[in-house]
Design a protein around this ligand. Structure first.
Ligand SMILES: NC(=O)c1ccc[n+]([C@@H]2O[C@H](COP(=O)([O-])OP(=O)(O)OC[C@H]3O[C@@H](n4cnc5c(N)ncnc54)[C@H](OP(=O)(O)O)[C@@H]3O)[C@@H](O)[C@H]2O)c1
Length: 390
């Protein structure tokens, strides 16, 4: 029996994770779930999965549902500490981190300090402080299993795919081919200055939360994944090559020294990498529609357009510099994405504002950061981005 904690159960990743667990049967048990503001869906999930522990971050949602929670479910107080408590539960065998943005940073650290196996979708903490997070994993005996489809594809394409040794294994890689769908504006003929949030939210291949969908439209998400893959697999930037692949069938590939390219192919549906992170090293039938290779018309691959999508270069700058730049990148990006969704800035302002925050940060750049530094650079970048938005 595997006892599973799902942080962010009401989000796109969380809902898919619950769906997978439901079909896997009694060997996989939902031990705890957490939500942010969506109290209605959270209550429905509590009633269906009857976890031992649950927490909802919003006080308003908590007040609305607290008397409707069954007695056998322990509802924790709506505080950030409760998320950390769930992330480090003694009985937990696997923590699925489906939180979004820097909100997942402290719970991830709590899971690492408790030496847990963490199925990680929430890439932003790795962008913020990947080097120190990987060191902490080693120190506390924690293990990160990738959930994000691209690092999961890299993991699955390794010669010996083992959750405890994959970082060492990856040194035999010549190159990672990190695939990108290209997002909704791949072939856009209009002016990107004029695009509206609804257009940017209409991703052609994936149904995801708003933040990652906007990051996919700017291609910042691909920059984040470059940094994520560098840290998870201990690879330099030069070994991660972004390739646009509009069909989203090849979820990334590994090129070896002899020229062989090994890839993972499937229909674009997060339930597959989520399930593999849960059942690893076993594979079971999955609710994802199987890929019919004979029906597959074609697979296209092309170079990304760095000039149309400047967020890619910004992320690569942060990847090259390392240190405090990751936290600055993520903090500024979170503020800009929110401002774009609220109609306060243009789509193209996202990269412009992050670039200004970067220029301001150059003088204070710190090469070696601690976890506390990452959080304070994150706050600084948010504040600076807000000043530039005004
Ligand atoms: N969606 C995908 O297909 C996909 C693919 C690869 C990687 N990822 C990564 O996975 C992570 C989650 O993405 P998503 O698309 O699932 O996001 P999402 O749909 O926005 O879900 C985020 C979850 O986190 C909760 N949450 C947000 N802020 C919180 C806070 N301050 N305190 C407590 N809970 C909070 C939300 O609760 P409420 O909804 O109740 O407010 C929700 O349950 C992101 O880092 C993303 O980059 C996602």
């Amino acid at each position: 029996m595997k006892n599973i904690v799902i942080l962010g159960s009401t989000g796109s990743i969380g809902v898919s994770a619950l769906d997978v667990i439901k079909t896997l049967g009694p060997d996989y048990k939902v031990l705890a779930i957490s939500a942010g503001r969506n109290g209605d869906l959270f209550l429905k999930q509590v009633l269906e999965f009857k976890p031992k522990y649950a927490t909802v971050a919003s006080q308003e949602s908590y007040d609305k549902i607290k008397d409707l929670i069954p007695a056998e479910v322990k509802l924790l107080t709506p505080t950030p500490e409760s998320l950390c408590e769930l992330a480090s539960l003694k009985e937990a065998d696997l923590i699925i981190n489906g939180l979004v943005g820097a909100a997942g940073f402290k719970p991830l650290m709590a899971a690492i300090k408790a030496g847990k196996v963490i199925a990680l979708a929430n890439k932003e903490p790795i962008v913020m402080a990947g080097s120190v997070i990987m060191q902490e994993c080693q120190k506390y005996g924690a293990t990160i299993v990738p959930v994000d489809s691209e690092p999961s594809a890299v993991f699955q394409s390794l010669e010996n795919c083992d959750i405890h040794t994959y970082r060492q294994e990856a040194k035999n890689i010549k190159k990672v081919l990190l695939t990108a769908s290209g997002g909704p504006f791949l072939k856009y003929k209009g002016n990107l200055d004029d695009v509206k949030p609804e257009q940017a939210l209409a991703h052609p291949r994936w149904k995801m939360g708003k933040k990652i969908t906007i990051d996919s439209a700017t291609l910042m998400n691909k920059g984040f994944e470059t940094i994520e893959i560098m840290h998870l697999f201990n690879l330099p930037l030069e070994k991660v090559k972004i390739v646009v692949h509009p069909q989203s069938i090849v979820h990334s590939a590994v090129e070896y020294e002899d020229g062989a390219i090994v890839a993972e192919l499937s229909n674009p549906d997060m339930r597959l990498p989520i399930q593999y992170a849960i059942t690893y090293p076993k594979r079971y039938p999955c609710p994802v529609k199987p890929l019919s290779i004979l029906d597959m018309a074609r697979l296209d691959f092309m170079e990304p357009d760095f000039s149309a999508f400047p967020c890619l270069s910004l992320a690569q700058h942060a990847a090259k510099k390392g240190g405090s730049f990751g936290a600055v990148l993520n903090g500024a990006d979170e503020v800009c994405v929110e401002a774009f969704l609220k109609g306060q800035i243009k789509f193209t302002d996202i990269a412009k504002i992050i670039s200004k925050v970067f220029s301001t940060h150059e003088a204070d750049f710190k090469e070696k950061i601690t976890l506390e530094d990452a959080l304070s650079f994150d706050s600084w970048a948010r504040q600076k981005a807000k000043e530039f938005i005004k």
